[in-house]
Ligand binder design. Structure first.
Ligand SMILES: [Zn+2]
Ligand SMILES: [Zn+2]
Length: 277
């Protein structure tokens, strides 16, 4: 199952309200997004035969089912009905360029992970690394996933800046790389809340751009507890370090990846035990 493109129609049971009709659809789409039922926020709205119509990306084919609606989505629908507005949706098809979603029956752990290119949910399964729709971590009444969506947007903004290498590159890279940045603090707070809700460990990933040498890279310790955290093999093509106490992940600096692989094994610290079942 991958992301899907879905058409949403907003229809009026009477004459369209006098104010800007798109405003009602924007409220509905915003509530769906904050509940993890819609990915991204680019939804061009057009008028078609008297209806307001847009196209959105959803995490799965059934993401707009009423059983996934949170408090705010249900409230939006009820308020719209009072104003003579109804919403309907129809599947257009699979999005061809998106990652395969997690299909694990019971993932052992999760990681908060996104990039400047990613539209999928910022929660990934640690077993298969597939994206997991946020609404699977049912929000309690009167809450939504605002903090997680905000972290995702902030992280992607930093990732954009470090990729573009022109504006605030160093500051943005630092936010993504160190444990005591505002971005890392916000991300780890999201992990703590989601972990509590899911009853499963949630890991936080610290990006590592540049290092001085492969040998020094191999000596890195967990930045929170100073314990060993080197993995015996790269996990999901991304992670070389993992601390199960602090629930942190990181990678060998991207500029040293090739030379790190050539480092003699006896120069590397003993790897920590493989992933617990
Ligand atoms: Zn999975
Ligand atoms: Zn640690």
């Amino acid at each position: 199952m991958t992301m899907h493109a879905v058409r949403i129609d907003m229809r009026f049971t009477g004459p369209p309200p006098g104010d800007v009709p798109a405003a009602h659809l924007n409220l509905f789409l915003g509530a769906l997004r904050k509940n993890g039922q819609v990915c991204g926020r680019e939804w061009p709205i057009v008028m078609d035969s008297g209806a307001c119509v847009t196209t959105v990306l959803t995490p799965a084919a059934d993401s707009l089912d009423a059983r996934y609606h949170g408090t705010y989505v249900r409230r939006c629908i009820a308020d719209a009905q009072l104003a003579g507005i109804t919403f309907a949706w129809s599947l257009i098809g699979e999005e061809c360029d998106s990652a395969e979603a997690c299909g694990c029956a019971d993932p052992g752990a999760y990681v908060l992970f996104t990039t400047y290119l990613t539209l999928e949910s910022p929660v990934r399964c640690m077993d298969c690394f597939g994206p997991v729709p946020l609404y699977r971590f049912t929000a309690p009444p009167d809450t939504e996933f605002h903090d997680v969506i905000s972290w995702q947007s902030d992280y992607q903004s930093c990732d954009h800046l470090q990729m573009n290498c022109t504006v605030l590159e160093k500051a943005a890279t630092r936010q993504m790389s160190v444990i005591d940045s505002a971005l890392s603090a916000a991300g780890r707070a999201c992990c703590a809340v989601l972990s509590e809700r899911a009853g499963k460990p949630f890991y936080y990933y610290l990006y590592r751009d540049k290092g001085r040498s492969a040998a020094l890279e191999a000596q890195r310790r967990c930045p929170a507890c100073d314990g060993p955290w080197q993995l015996p093999a790269r996990l999901h093509g991304c992670f070389d370090f993992r601390c199960d106490n602090c629930r942190l992940l990181s990678n060998v600096a991207f500029n040293l990846r090739a030379s790190y692989m050539m480092t003699a094994p006896d120069q590397l610290p003993a790897p920590i035990a493989p992933c617990p079942p």
